[in-house]
Write a protein that binds this ligand. Structure first.
Ligand code: PEP
Ligand code: MN
Length: 364
């Protein structure tokens, strides 16, 4: 399907003075005082352009805190009036949209558990027809880029042009370091297909724990995302949802000040050096592929030899030895072991495919 989205640039609907957009606020609006203290604390620090707060909370199992609902919307109106900062909430149903708009909420976001369901997203799109409100769409919980893109197409189909993507990572089947695996390549692929679509990183829901926020946020900035959405609570340990991943407004300020936003330099020396390095990389990539082609030619000969001597393609002992020796070589060359492992899995799969092809060729 032809990919195309009619999207307005981020700076046409929010002014960040050329800096990455920062959306900050509590996971959930819990009480009037908690919203007030947290948001005025954030505003005092001066780093946020938008305030976030969950009012309707999708919970995996019933019985948890499911958000204050409509009752919390006037609390957000009050902090918006006090700080002048626009506010964003998560919407999951047309009724949420209606209420959010009724209370003057400025930005809506669609949560990861909603993006997975095209019926749900279409209902939201239908409720947004003729409305001029920015909508941010979180990635679906499962790593399915097409599903994420489909949600943009549905919301764009309702005439929404102020769109943005929130990358919050993907659910894991097994326990991993992060609560949700970033799988950066999925967000990078989205940005490659839709360069005009603002991309916002959500280190809070990737991390799950405060200790990982710094490294994830720096990574997001290094990948040149257009902004961040980060959770902050006046008293994180007491938060009614996502307690382990929130920071106080001042701790968040401290972290953001320590991060490095790498600004492009446009001097001609820089451009010349960049072009030179890229030229060298192009050259090496070409060599890499030539070496790979030589390897595949040998694999083909090996396949013929095995065929002529009735030896099976897959020899587990040999594969184990390849695996081990490449891991050792990678180590001595200071290469990231997981990358080398993945690379050799791919190369090995291709070798097996090639040899199987050779085995099944008619001998003339
Ligand atoms: C949230 O932003 O608090 C939230 C529920 O996030 P997600 O949809 O990414 O799980
Ligand atoms: Mn949360």
């Amino acid at each position: 399907m032809k990919a195309n989205l009619d999207v307005l640039p981020l700076d046409s609907w929010i002014n960040t003075g050329g800096k990455p957009l920062v959306i900050a606020g509590p996971c959930s609006a819990e009480t009037e005082e908690q919203v007030w203290d947290t948001v005025t604390g954030i505003a005092k620090e001066g780093y946020a352009h938008v305030i976030r707060a969950g009012v309707w909370k999708p919970r995996t199992r019933p019985g948890g805190f499911e958000g204050k609902g409509e009752e919390a919307l006037p609390w957000l109106q009050a902090v918006k009036k006090e700080t002048g900062l626009p506010v964003a909430v998560e919407v999951a149903t047309p009724q949420h949209v209606e209420l959010a708009l009724k209370y003057g909420i400025d930005i809506l976001w669609i949560g990861a558990r909603t993006t997975v369901n095209p019926f749900n997203v279409q209902d939201l799109a239908d409720s947004l027809k003729g409305v001029d409100v920015p909508v941010l769409i979180k990635n679906p919980v499962n790593p399915d880029l097409a599903l994420w893109i489909g949600a943009f197409e549905r919301i764009a189909g309702a005439g929404i042009k102020k769109l943005g993507a929130i990358h919050r990572g993907f659910s894991n089947a097994q326990e991993t370091k992060f609560r949700n695996s970033p799988m950066w390549q999925i967000a990078v692929e989205l940005k490659t297909q839709f360069p005009q679509l603002p991309l916002i990183g959500d280190p809070s829901h990737m991390a799950g724990k405060r200790a990982y926020l710094y490294e994830l946020t720096q990574r997001i900035l290094d990948l040149n995302y257009d902004g961040l959405i980060i959770e902050s609570h006046r008293n994180p340990d007491e938060a009614w949802s996502d307690a382990a991943q929130q920071l106080t407004p001042s701790a968040l300020g401290e972290m953001l000040r320590e991060l490095e936003v790498r600004k492009p330099t446009y001097g001609s020396d820089f451009q010349t050096e960049l072009a030179k390095l890229r030229g060298q990389i192009d050259h090496i990539d070409r060599e890499l592929l030539e070496v790979l082609a030589n390897r595949m030619a040998l694999v083909e000969r090996l396949g013929e030899y095995k065929r002529d001597n009735s030896v099976a393609v897959l020899q587990l002992d040999r594969w184990k030895e390849v695996h081990k020796s490449r891991a050792d070589w990678a180590k001595s060359l200071n290469l990231y072991p997981e990358m080398v492992e993945e690379l050799f899995k791919l190369i090995h799969m291709e070798s097996i495919r090639k040899q199987t092809e050779v085995m099944n060729q008619q001998v003339v």
